[in-house]
Write a protein that binds this ligand. Sequence first.
Ligand code: ATP
Ligand code: MG
Length: 583
Amino acid sequence: MKKNWIEKDLSSFTVQPNLINYSHERDNFDWKAVSQQFDGLSSGGLNIAHEAIDRHANGPLATKTALLWLGRNGERASFTFADMKKQTAKFANVLTTLGLLKGERVFTLSTRLPELYIAAIGILKNRNVLCPLFSQFGPEPILQRMQRGDASALLTTKTLYEKKIRPILDQLPELRFILLIDADKDESEQVRSLKKLMDTASDTYEILPTDPEDMSILHFTSGTTGMPKGVVHVHKAAYTHWTSGKYVLDLHPNDIYWCTADPGWVTGTSYGIITPWLHGVTNVVDEAEFDAIRWYSTLQNEKVSVWYTAPTAIRRLMRMDSNPTKEYDLSHLRLIQSVGEPLNPEAVVWGVEKLKMPIHDNWWQTETGGIMIANFLSQQIRPGSMGRPLPGIEAGIVVQNDDGTITEITQAHKEGELALRPGWPSMFRAYLHNDEKYDKSFAGGWYLSGDLAYKDEDGFFWFVGRADDIIKTSGHMVGPFEVESTLMEHPSVAEAGVIGKPDEMIGQIVKAFVSLKSGFEPTEELRRELIGFGRKKLGAAVAPKEIEFAQNLPKTRSGKIMRRLLKAREMGLPEGDISTLED
Ligand code: ATP
Ligand code: MG
């Protein structure tokens, strides 16, 4: 793995945030100072909707664009903070009129339409719980989540309703209302036209007292390792969002910000809705799915300055042999951040070569609610490392002993479970209907993430793999990430997924599934070459002994390689929950 520093010119940072020394000084971080960045409600407490929208609409940012929406077919719409205040007030009034009470769950199932963003904030305004679903789910995963999440209402579109909700409606007796974004008239008492309701709703709304600990969002995890878990978040999470927006996304008033994640996943709400607006920044939303030309054009045409995306998209851009900075004017772009999966060092280096800036990796989970470990714009980075903990976050590497106790590993380069000291504002407050699992995630004063990592002597964290994906071969522990990243250094490899295949002699054999870049053929000769390449780079103990070519690797709809599925298929075992598997 490449471990060289990428040298960035940091001379423009007149004020160097004191990022080097804070990492283990959680107690010195002043969350109180962060809380002073927030208005609070005049009626009492803290509500995300007020902090993200209303307070800006009440001040000098009223006429600034909050949401810049790009439709699938070239349509455009923009909403100022003042517009958003009114629209979200209308939506909150609709919910009040329908009798939805504080704490009731409102699900959303929509493509990235402006109404989805209006609804998300409106739901929080009315103190309901926002429960986002990914619009490409089929009826079964939708049913599962709505039943488990006690859905009282659902926002969706006519087409999605017909295709995905009608077939399961009789199994959702508690669902009182379905609001159809694009229907002109009501279908029944239960199935209503949102337009009609919005037309008659008042555009002023006073948010009622909201406790910072009140539930705000219920998110389901990606299902990469098993059954998706319902993760409960609270309004106070906004403190983490604000802090990460400042330190990691480096948001400034004039930024044009684009997060490519869908609000069906936590990145799409925490960073595709809440964070940019907490900072009063213009948020670009693209309704369309990934398309390299469209994406580069959006970066150029909208003058995007801060871009938050994911390794899966970056790998797709890398696959194309293009020269973006020659073909597009990307001169406004100043920061690229990435999350969701390990970012292969090769991708960071590709960024430097092709986009003229490194891609900054950061780590977090649905459970952490916000970014916990990151590469900062104001610091040098090491390709392949997730970076360092945020201000106010203490991260450590631990092992759980057989008796359940925890020992922290302070030694550099020694692998263990990545853990966080509980108590950060966006920490999840529960696994829905599963207290036992929640309690088990905490031990010895740490939250245990289920990911394996190590720390180097400079306090940078390096991802090794998910605990479930670790391969035990001839007495060695092998993390799939390192093997995958090495294979990606070969010019033919676009993507790799590595698993442990059970073997009587050595425990597990390291096996790699490899998809090739265009122009390369999956020949026996190339297979042998890749095996040799792995051996040379990684040594015989760690290198893959078997390589299988695959056109595409199975991924979650949020773009993560599903190694558990590669393994189940390899072993002829049941595939388990595949509700989040990409088509
Ligand atoms: P499930 O918990 O249902 O198996 P999931 O863990 O993929 O799904 P998310 O909460 O969306 O659901 O993803 C968080 C996980 O993604 C992390 O625990 C980690 O394994 C992986 N991840 C996220 N960012 C990074 C990163 N920068 N480097 C390595 N892994 C990452
Ligand atoms: Mg997880």
